[in-house]
Ligand binder design. Structure first.
Ligand code: NDP
Length: 249
């Protein structure tokens, strides 16, 4: 069963992130705290509507491409948690740039690397003391997303084994880098009992996926919550899709 006491989601104002917030609130045991973060809270109308329906939701400003702003966000989270730890960080925010070999630029590579790879790593680093605190609160319990975990929203497009069509340099490389962040964290944080896993949400009908994508955000998130419920030591440091299938790096 998935029952983290607290979860922080980036890019929660639309798409998969918004649906994650919605479905976390519908769990049998919903979190006491859902930190729904986004870069423009003033414009996050759907999120504010959800926040009105549940006192668990805190809408916080967080731009993952500005690591210098992470300490302020962490302080806000700490105040709300009142001494308890953070069970689950979902690095969901991401951007896409499909530039091919002829159009890729230094700027497009740097921009995607910052948002999709550097941001998730440094946010995990910033929130680590809170995640460690959550892990210590249930000594002896096996690793799980309810205890202490970092879930990075990756893409199959970042898999080297799956790459048969080339192109999409900035996006592919930023997600491949994110996968190494996952793997490294899984090794470094194993002794702290903190899980680290990459999830591929499927090809999802969002602004990013577009209308011809294969599944809705609702289906994707339903699948991912089931997968998160089952994550354990065996799936630590792997990439899985929303149906629970392991994707080779
Ligand atoms: P959307 O484009 O619908 O939403 C992207 C979200 O990320 C928005 O909330 C956006 O906020 C946020 N975001 C972008 N840049 C930043 C930033 N610098 N700081 C904070 N938030 C930011 O995408 P999806 O919901 O489809 O994608 C969610 C994740 O799933 C991404 O990581 C994506 O790579 C991954 N994914 C999606 C697939 C799909 O088919 N849709 C397939 C594989 C992976 P804002 O509104 O402010 O721009």
């Amino acid at each position: 069963m998935l029952s983290p006491r607290s979860v922080l989601i980036t890019g929660a104002n639309r798409g998969i992130g918004l649906e994650l917030v919605r479905q976390f609130l519908q769990l049998e045991t919903p979190p006491r705290h859902v930190f729904a973060t986004c870069r423009c809270p003033d414009k996050a109308e759907d999120l504010h509507t959800l926040a009105k329906s549940s006192s668990a939701v805190s809408v916080l400003k967080l731009d993952v491409s500005v690591p210098a702003s992470f300490p302020r966000a962490r302080e806000e989270v700490e105040v709300i948690l009142q001494g308890s730890g953070l069970n689950l960080l979902i690095n969901n925010a991401g951007t896409i740039d499909r530039a091919d070999l002829s159009s890729v630029t230094v700027e497009s590579m740097q921009s995607l690397y910052l948002t999709n790879t550097i941001g998730p790593l440094f946010l995990a680093k910033e929130l680590l003391p809170l995640i460690q605190k959550a892990a210590k609160a249930s000594p002896g319990q096996p690793m799980s997303c309810s205890k202490a975990a970092i879930v990075n929203m990756t893409s199959k497009v970042g898999s080297m084994a799956d790459n048969r069509s080339g192109g999409r340099y900035p996006y592919r490389i930023s997600k491949a880098g994110l996968n190494m962040v996952t793997k490294n964290l899984s090794v470094d944080l194993m002794s702290d009992d903190i899980l680290s896993t990459s999830l591929h949400p499927g090809y999802v009908k969002t602004d990013m996926g577009g209308p011809s994508a294969l599944i809705t955000a609702e289906q994707s998130v339903q699948g991912m919550l089931t997968v998160m419920a089952g994550l354990n030591t065996e799936t630590n440091g792997l990439m899985l899709d929303y149906a629970g299938k392991i994707i080779p790096w």
